[in-house]
Design a binder for this molecule. Structure first.
Ligand code: ATP
Ligand code: MG
Length: 203
């Protein structure tokens, strides 16, 4: 299991010299202090977005806007595609193909009418889109938070509620690792557990 976990990796573009800590607007250079501050601040920003999700088509630009909003207080590159390659036991999309891959994926989502009245299993489609956004990993940091929020908004607009609060980080990483390697079953299973129709929850 521990093979799937990762920490920040050093790169000279994003990190302080000789450190794996990401340069940040708060100028925090201690990894655990940054983690704490970053989690707290982004939690508030995510809450704001959940209370008033932005309008607009659910395309790559939308995902980038969410990322900008969540991380605007912390990173100068909030909302911007990463300019380095990253591996986390898994080699995510090479940075120079991110735009192209993401546009293909979001075109597919549009062609599926954003899952509204989908004839297929909603859980499997949500599982697929979360897995594919994750495989692209468009940002240097914060992909998990932004992709989960995006999927919640996507599900909500299609009439479903997704509750990620019951999923542990370990479960999510394992399912993400498996789906990256084309075994979608653990992610499908996770979505079967956390997705329900809003028609049911409204009763
Ligand atoms: N080895 C792996 N293979 C595939 N996906 C992975 C792997 N490890 C982590 N992930 C995915 O990457 C996400 C974390 O990405 P990142 O650190 O950029 O964002 P984050 O917002 O800090 O995420 P989180 O809130 O989940 O910690 C995880 O939620 C998981 O979905
Ligand atoms: Mg992270």
């Amino acid at each position: 299991m521990s093979d799937y976990f990762y920490n920040y990796e050093y790169d000279k573009t994003y990190c302080y010299p000789s450190s794996s800590v990401l340069k940040n607007k708060l100028n925090i250079q201690d990894a655990s202090d940054l983690l704490k501050a970053e989690r707290n601040i982004t939690a508030l920003r995510i809450l704001e977005l959940k209370m008033a999700p932005p309008k607009g088509s659910l395309n790559f630009d939308y995902l980038r806007k969410l990322h900008f909003y969540i991380f605007q207080d912390i990173y100068t590159w909030a909302g911007e595609i990463r300019t380095v390659d990253i591996t986390k036991g898994t080699k995510f999309c090479l940075f120079r193909y991110i735009e192209e891959q993401a546009n293909d994926l979001f075109r597919k989502l549009k062609n599926e009418n954003y899952l509204i009245d989908t004839k297929e299993s909603i859980e499997r489609r949500l599982s697929f889109y979360l897995s594919e956004i994750n495989a692209i990993h468009p940002f240097r940091e914060g992909n998990g938070r932004v992709q989960r929020l995006f999927i919640e908004i996507l599900a909500d607009r299609a009439g479903y509620e997704v509750d990620f609060s019951v999923v542990t980080a370990e479960e999510m990483i394992t399912a993400s690792y498996q789906s990256f390697h084309k075994n979608y079953e653990p992610m499908d299973e996770l979505f079967r557990r956390i997705t329900c129709s809003k028609a049911i929850t409204d009763v």
